[in-house]
Design a protein around this ligand. Structure first.
Ligand code: GLV
Length: 317
């Protein structure tokens, strides 16, 4: 018996390099694009939606949802974080959600290492002295033997922890049990030289890292965020950086993206700033990695096998 064609709506920029892989799929009626007409035309009949919230130009999922119909079974997030996808309606529905869990973790972990070393070795000073042809010796820190508290111990947190361990750092995982009780979190931060945030954005993690958390951190500690911007209270982080309580911050994610031009972070010497691009690897190409994850799930979906990267919609990741 011939299987019915799967109606797949891919809400990704049509120029996405890996999008070509979708055009070759057999047994699939494909609609691809992120413009309003494509979405309004294809969403009502779609059975599967591939949705990217960050690859550029896609509307928020709350604008997509009203167009979807009763045939929708499954939505896959091209990103690991589903905070821009998981609307209350989608969460309450029977539609399954999967994500790019584990796909971009290696590059994030390398950024975490960069963040630690950037401040330990005063990389900004090195660059500036070289530019000025100034021979000025100074002392540096050793990462080995230092402690990193890793807040959010999922795929990203674990991979970062593995990379920091290779530097000889001691890792203290901070999962939901610890973040649920602020005293526990703050007690851990009191031992930490590095606070690495790798948590998904959920109502429970929004501004989890606030003024009290930064005050609890060892004086001069380094903050690294490779998860989601709003997990950090940026106003509190700025104040802690200005006071020297936090010694430096390496940030790939922000409360508002793109970071507005007037934002204080741009001008802060003790901030290393990446425009949410540290997951965008060239080789293998990040969109290829993301597409492979979708296609691996899609092949199982067609064979009615359990999907590989299910999202717990109640938990939000
Ligand atoms: C990127 O930020 C992701 O969530 O994968």
């Amino acid at each position: 018996m011939k299987r019915p064609r799967v109606r797949l709506l891919a809400i990704v920029p049509p120029a996405l390099p890996a999008a070509a892989r979708l055009r070759g799929l057999r047994g699939v009626a494909l609609a691809l694009g992120c413009d309003a007409a494509t979405i309004a035309g294809a969403a009502p009949e779609a059975e599967v939606i591939l949705y990217s919230s960050l690859a550029g130009g896609t509307p928020p999922f709350r604008d997509v949802w009203p167009h979807t119909g009763p045939s929708l079974r499954w939505v896959h997030s091209f990103e690991a974080g589903v905070d821009r996808l998981l609307t209350p309606e989608l969460a309450a529905s029977a539609v399954r959600v999967t994500n790019a869990r584990g796909v971009y973790t290696e590059s994030l972990a390398e950024f975490a290492v960069l963040g630690v070393l950037w401040f330990a070795k005063q990389a900004r000073r090195l660059v500036e002295q070289q530019r000025a042809r100034r021979w000025e010796q100074f002392e540096v820190e050793l990462a080995r033997g230092r402690t990193a508290a890793v807040v959010g111990y999922g795929a990203v947190g674990r991979t970062c922890a593995g990379a920091l361990r290779k530097l000889g750092m001691k890792i203290v995982p901070v999962g939901r049990a610890e973040t649920a009780e602020r005293e526990k979190l703050h007690a851990i931060l009191g031992q930490a030289d590095v606070l690495l945030a790798a948590a998904p954005l959920t109502p429970a993690t929004r501004h989890l890292l606030d003024a009290a958390a930064f005050a609890a951190l060892k004086r001069g500690g380094i903050v690294i965020n490779v998860g989601r911007g709003p997990v950090v209270d940026e106003a509190a982080l700025i104040a802690a950086l200005q006071a020297g309580q936090v010694g430096g911050a390496a940030l790939d994610v922000f409360e508002r993206e793109p970071l507005p031009p007037e934002h204080p972070f741009w001008a802060m010497e003790n901030v290393l700033l990446s425009p949410h691009a540290t997951d965008r690897t060239r080789t293998p190409h990040w969109t290829e990695l993301g597409m492979r994850c979708f296609l691996a799930n899609f092949s199982r979906y067609r064979r009615r096998l359990p999907l590989l990267t299910p999202v717990n919609k109640a938990a939000g990741y």
